[in-house]
Design a protein around this ligand. Structure first.
Ligand SMILES: C[S@@+](CC[C@H](N)C(=O)[O-])C[C@H]1O[C@@H](n2cnc3c(N)ncnc32)[C@H](O)[C@@H]1O
Length: 183
C-alpha cells in the first residue's frame, strides 16, 4: 500500500481492491488518502500484514496484482517492524520475494496479470541487479514474462546527493515494471 496510490487508482477506476502493508502507519495514511468522494461503489479493504502470507485470500481469487516492494534496505520504511522487507539485505530480501511470488501465484486467477515495480541498487559503487533478481523469483514460482517495462526516473529527492558523489559511476535513472502472467 505505501501511501495508498494503488488503492486510490482502484477506487477511481471503480474496482474492488485489497491493499496490504506490514506497516500500520501505511494503513492509516492510505485510509486518509482514500477519503474522497467519487462516483464509485467499489469495495476497498486494507490489511496490516505481510505480502508473504495471504492466507485470508482464497486460491484463484484475484484478477490483478500490483505490487511495489521496497528495494531491499535502500530505504527503510520502519524501525524494526517484524516482516518489513525494507530492513533486509539483498539475499534475505530475495528469499522473502520468493514467498511473495508464491502467494501471488496462488491467489491470482489463471491467465491473469501480476505487475511488480522494482529498481536496481548500488552498493560500494557496484550495481546489484535487484530488478532482474526479483524477476527471477517470480519466474521460478511459475509466472511467465508478458512485458518488461523500463520506467525512467528523474528528479528524485536523492538525485542531488548522488550527483555530487557519482564521478566514478552512472546514476541509476530507471526502474522496471515486470508484467507477469499466470499461464
Ligand atoms: C515502495 S513502498 C510502496 C509505495 C507505494 N507504491 C505508494 O505509492 O505509496 C513499499 C512499501 O512496502 C511495505 N512493506 C515492507 N515489507 C512488507 C511486507 N512484508 N508485506 C507488505 N508490505 C511490506 C513498506 O511498509 C512500504 O510501505
Amino acid at each position: 500500500m505505501g501511501s495508498g496510490t494503488t488503492l486510490v487508482e482502484a477506487k477511481l477506476l471503480r474496482r474492488n481492491a485489497v491493499g496490504i502493508d506490514i506497516n500500520p502507519q501505511a494503513v492509516s495514511i492510505s485510509a486518509r488518502n482514500l477519503q474522497f468522494q467519487c462516483q464509485s461503489n467499489s469495495k476497498i479493504f486494507m490489511r496490516n500484514g505481510s505480502a508473504t502470507e495471504l492466507h485470508f485470500i482464497k486460491d484463484n481469487h484475484i484478477d490483478f496484482i500490483c505490487t511495489h516492494p521496497p528495494y531491499a534496505n535502500i530505504i527503510k520504511y520502519s524501525k524494526g517492524i517484524e516482516g518489513d522487507v525494507s530492513l533486509l539485505g539483498v539475499d534475505e530480501f530475495l528469499a522473502e520475494m520468493k514467498k511473495v511470488a508464491k502467494e501471488s501465484f496462488r491467489v491470482l486467477k489463471k491467465g491473469k496479470i501480476c505487475a511488480i515495480m522494482i529498481g536496481d541498487i548500488r552498493k560500494h559503487g557496484k550495481v546489484i541487479p535487484l530488478g532482474f533478481r526479483t524477476m527471477e523469483c517470480f519466474l521460478q514460482e511459475g509466472f511467465v514474462n508478458k512485458e518488461i517495462i523500463i520506467k525512467e526516473q528523474h528528479n528524485c529527492h536523492s538525485m542531488d546527493y548522488w550527483e555530487k558523489r557519482s564521478n566514478s559511476f552512472l546514476l541509476l535513472a530507471h526502474e522496471y515494471i515486470f508484467v507477469f502472467q499466470r499461464d
